[in-house]
Design a protein around this ligand. Structure first.
Ligand SMILES: [Zn+2]
Length: 249
């Protein structure tokens, strides 16, 4: 890390220290979880190309889920579940900042539940969570362990509700599906009230999530990302560093 980045990280930490109670909001993307060893499912590797005949965006679309549920669950369980992953330094620090009364909300594009595992309670999951699953017919809720057991029992590899036989669907937002209105509104409200907004580990390329930062009207916008984003000019500080490094204090 160069000296300028080190000085900028010090500036960021001073802003955190000076934030009024509840004034900080964190908005995170895939880069927050990759440091916990969760691969970005969009990055195709050799194995992927051999194994799956379709691009990932297609395999986790709603129309693909409806038409080919078995292939969907093969891909989903193989590529999108990382149930052994543990929270990293960024998750832990954010939970600590919430307990200290500095941080009011975590808005996340990740579906792994790692913020809650680290101890955060106000987590707005824009894309849902792999930890919640629901029967599409009778709406009974199931844990991910139950979903995996249902899949193991099924002859066709599609998890089904023991109560009614309906397909059990993960509570994650698939391509072609809308974001949950209440989660989106709560995220807008949190960002609109923030004095310090930290956007981390996202290329800010995916809408509508990327548009959320337009609601920010506070003092300091900080972007933490290894590579430049289309919104860097809007930021008061851009930190080209790992999220865990920036939150290691
Ligand atoms: Zn059911």
């Amino acid at each position: 890390m160069d000296e300028q980045t080190e000085r900028d990280i010090e500036t960021f930490r001073q802003w955190v220290a000076d934030t009024p109670p509840g004034g900080m909001v964190f908005f995170g993307g895939a880069g927050v979880s990759t440091e916990s060893g969760i691969p970005d499912f969009r990055s195709p590797d050799g194995l992927y190309a051999q194994k799956y005949p379709h691009p990932p965006e297609q395999m986790i679309s709603r129309s693909f889920f409806d038409a080919h549920p078995r292939e969907f669950f093969d891909f989903y369980c193989d590529r999108m579940l990382a149930l052994d992953a543990q929270p990293n330094q960024a998750h832990r620090k954010l939970a600590e900042l919430e307990r200290a009364g500095t941080l009011s909300a975590v808005v996340t594009q990740n579906i792994d539940g790692l913020h809650q595992k680290a101890g955060s309670s106000n987590v707005l999951e824009l894309h849902g969570s792999v930890l919640r699953n629901c029967c599409m017919e009778c709406k009974t809720a199931y844990s991910v362990d139950e979903l995996l057991a249902q899949r193991d029992r099924a002859e066709d590899g599609v998890p089904r509700c023991p109560a009614c036989g309906g397909i059990v669907k993960p509570d994650v937002v698939l391509y072609e599906e809308a974001l949950d209105e209440r989660t989106l509104q709560a995220s807008v409200d949190a960002i609109a009230r923030a004095a310090l907004l930290v956007v981390a580990g996202t290329s800010l390329a995916v809408y509508p999530a990327a548009g959320l930062i337009d609601f920010f009207q506070g003092d300091h916008l900080v972007i933490v990302n290894r590579t430049p984003t289309p919104r860097d000019r809007q930021a008061d500080l851009c930190l080209a560093a790992n999220v865990g490094e920036v939150f290691d204090f």
